[in-house]
Design a protein around this ligand. Structure first.
Ligand code: HEM
Length: 503
């Protein structure tokens, strides 16, 4: 082997490789120029400064440090102010475009949907920690998964939701002290949405909030899942270096999460067979289980579905009550509007939709603290974005196959051109007559729009109404500001410590 290596004409080989590489680069450059010219693209003049042009160590370092400080999203806003609403971070190895321009989001998510796929980093990291489900699938596999999940959220399936919500919100209320004693609402909201999601989707509830139950197993599942969720976000921020990040605790947590799900699914099957009681015979589990026979795929799909439904809604509720607690006048107005429409009665779904101020408060929370604040897509072929090229950034921008577009909903939701003044404050009144279109995307848009949007909003309106009916006053017990806790759904790092006073 060594003698063979010695015989090789190394200078010639190096020269040959250099010529071949230059040829590929020139060809790629010519193709992209021709492609871009045809579509009116211009070079991006908004380029972030790059110190390491190969792997992007500077970028990775910045993201990791920002993540630790809990200021990652606020810093993103500063970057957009510095470079404009779409800017490139070009390296020799890959192209990244950061954007918070509604036109570009519309292109990536809807108009140009077929030119983009999920970023490979997300597919590998989420797949590794949470299995392969709808959040990691593309193409036909994704269409198939979506077609299986969607019918379980059809309108007529919502008929049984009010009784499920009522039962679990009453259990939730038993955990809240009535005379202003401090309570952290955040973990309680996670338990509440878990109890609701499991009952609605799987046919029987995890009953985490049932005071008569020992909850160690559920608590362990909750902690394990949170660890996996945080690890997934951390790993993604490591970019191409993610393969070097090892976290044994997360690996063990993942195994326990899978085990918990496997046992839960087993129990669902047993209940279906009639060996134990089931609260509802018509549920998503039955439909999904009849379409997916392989146990591992079934577990992965259900895990993704359950978490899509549980974490997001819990985060929304927690974020909303965080800002309501800091704004007692808004809480008072919300309560008075709720009582004027539904008094202390059990609300109906149509009644809930009539409470305009409730909708404004929920929208405003989703604007200020979008639960999925940033996301990305990868170009599957040479394509374009409508904005980002030219000196003013208003011309189309060419994207090479493999380029990653990172779109930032958090920054877009704080754009004064879309939302007016005081964008950093919680002002539900701004929603009077406001139609932000693609500027407001808490549930994403296009073919991959959230399938549970209707479910999530009805659930949130119902739960908020019941809590607001019960408590006359809400006050914050934490002087600190809201600080992001990056996870697959974003909540406040310090929880949500409040005091509530019964009417
Ligand atoms: C406040 C609550 C919720 C928010 C803010 C939210 C937000 C989102 C967003 C932004 C996406 C797109 C993710 C992406 O493209 O990468 C999404 C997808 C999804 N959501 Fe929701 N969601 C919520 C509640 C729910 C609920 C309650 C369910 C189920 C009952 C659900 C099921 C799903 C599913 C299955 C997807 C994947 C859709 C696909 O890729 O085709 N979500 N959600």
């Amino acid at each position: 082997m060594l003698s063979l290596l010695a015989k090789l004409n190394w200078p010639f080989l190096v020269l040959w490789a250099a010529v071949a590489l230059s040829g590929v680069c020139i060809d790629r450059y010519r193709r992209s120029r021709r492609f871009g010219k045809l579509r009116g693209c211009q070079t991006s003049h908004k380029q972030a400064q790059v110190k390491d042009p190969f792997i992007g160590l500077d970028f990775i370092h910045e993201r990791v440090i920002r993540g630790l400080s809990g200021r990652r999203l606020l810093d993103c806003i500063e970057k957009f102010k510095q470079y404009g609403s779409t800017y490139s971070v070009d390296r020799l190895t890959y192209q990244v475009v950061q954007t918070c321009d509604p036109e570009n989001l519309k292109q990536v998510l809807a108009t140009g949907f077929d030119d983009f796929a999920l970023p490979s980093s997300r597919v590998s990291v989420m797949g590794e920690l949470l299995g392969s489900g709808i959040f990691t699938l593309d193409g036909d596999l994704w269409s198939h998964a979506r077609a299986i999940l969607r019918p379980s959220l059809a309108k007529h399936k919502m008929d049984r939701l009010p009784s499920i919500l009522e039962h679990h919100v009453q259990q939730f209320l038993t955990h809240i002290p009535r005379q202003g004693e401090e309570v952290d609402l955040q973990p309680l909201f996670f338990e509440l949405t878990m109890d609701i999601a499991t009952e609605f989707l799987m046919g029987y509830s995890s009953n985490m909030l049932d005071p008569s139950r020992k909850r160690e197993k559920e608590q362990q599942f909750f902690d394990d899942y949170m660890l996996c969720s945080e690890e997934a976000i951390k790993k993604m921020s490591y970019g191409p270096l993610r393969f070097f990040r090892l976290n044994l605790a997360a690996t063990k947590a993942k195994k326990r999460v899978f085990k918990y799900m496997d046992e839960y699914i087993e129990e669902c099957f047993e209940r279906q067979d009639g060996t134990a009681e089931m609260t509802d015979k018509e549920n998503a589990f039955q439909e999904i289980a009849s379409a997916i026979t392989d146990r591992q795929s079934l577990r992965d799909q259900l895990l993704h579905f359950l978490l899509a439904s549980r974490d997001t809604t819990a985060s929304l509720l927690s974020n909303l009550f965080f800002v309501l607690a800091k704004n007692p006048q808004t809480y008072a107005r919300l309560r008075s509007e709720v009582l004027s429409k539904v008094a202390f009665e059990t609300p109906t779904f149509s009644g809930l939709r009539d409470i305009e101020y409730l909708r404004w408060c929920v929208n405003e929370s989703l604007r200020l603290h979008p639960v999925i604040p940033s996301n990305g897509r990868e170009a599957t072929r040479d394509t374009t974005l409508p904005r980002g090229g030219g000196t003013d950034g208003k011309s189309p921008l060419f994207l090479r196959k493999g380029a990653v577009v990172l779109y930032n909903v958090f920054s877009m939701h704080r754009d004064p051109a879309i939302f007016g003044d005081r964008v950093d404050e919680f002002v539900p009144e701004r929603w009077s007559g406001l139609r932000p279109g693609w500027g407001f995307l808490p549930f994403s848009g296009g073919p991959r729009v959230c399938v549970g949007q209707h479910f999530a909003l009805i659930e949130t309106y119902y739960l908020v109404t019941r809590i607001v009916q019960t408590f006359e006053r809400l006050e914050s017990k934490d002087p600190r500001e809201w600080v992001e806790l990056p996870g697959l759904a974003m909540t406040c790092r310090n929880g949500n410590k409040v005091g509530l006073y019964q009417a």
